[in-house]
Design a protein around this ligand. Structure first.
Ligand code: K3U
Ligand code: ZN
Length: 157
């Protein structure tokens, strides 16, 4: 499979507010999700957002799995979210080390809410809601920032 490249900090696509997907269950979004999954797996990420493969659309994937930095991270199937919205945040914050495929070689301690309640469309076009805590909530907030043109160094305390 051709190598799907990751956009790097400084590229305009990463600073834009991504556009809503008109048809969450259409062929374009399904192909985009496939490409994002390949790129995420190829580069060993635990999440990815469409702007990172240079598509300015509001699609993100979270795929928490144990890794060397967070060996007790929950193992989950990849969750593909189209047009995600944040319904509410928890009150508590914590700081965790983050990395980003678009900012290679940099790690930063980022304060974020520990929990988040989200609404999104899945690839069948069905509206879903999810309450995320811990590492999945962390990844979601990091990926949602990508849809707003925000990279994690901007949030480093
Ligand atoms: O696998 C990575 C590489 S960075 C990564 O997977 C980003 C997701 C992420 C990792 C760690 C904290 C928050 C988000 C995905 C990106 F780059 F596409 F946004 C990793 C980095 C730090 C801690 C645990 C895992
Ligand atoms: Zn990132």
């Amino acid at each position: 499979h051709e190598h799907i490249g990751i956009a790097l900090r400084g590229e305009k696509v990463l600073s834009l507010r991504a556009e809503a997907a008109e048809d969450p269950s259409g062929p374009l979004i399904r192909q985009l999700a496939k490409d994002m999954l390949i790129a995420m797996k190829t580069h060993g990420g635990v999440g990815i957002a469409a702007p990172q493969i240079r598509v300015s659309k509001r699609v993100l994937i979270i795929h928490s799995k144990p890794n060397e930095r967070y060996p007790d991270a929950p193992e989950m199937e990849p969750v593909i979210m189209v047009n995600p919205e944040i319904i509410s945040y928890s009150e508590c914050f914590d700081s965790m080390w983050e990395g980003c495929l678009s900012v290679p070689g940099l790690r930063g301690l980022v304060p974020r809410q520990t929990g988040v309640s989200v609404r999104y469309h899945d690839l069948t076009g069905k509206e879903q809601e999810a309450c995320l805590q811990g590492f999945p909530a962390r990844i979601f907030q990091h990926e949602f920032d990508h849809l707003e043109g925000i990279l994690f160094p901007l949030r480093v305390a």
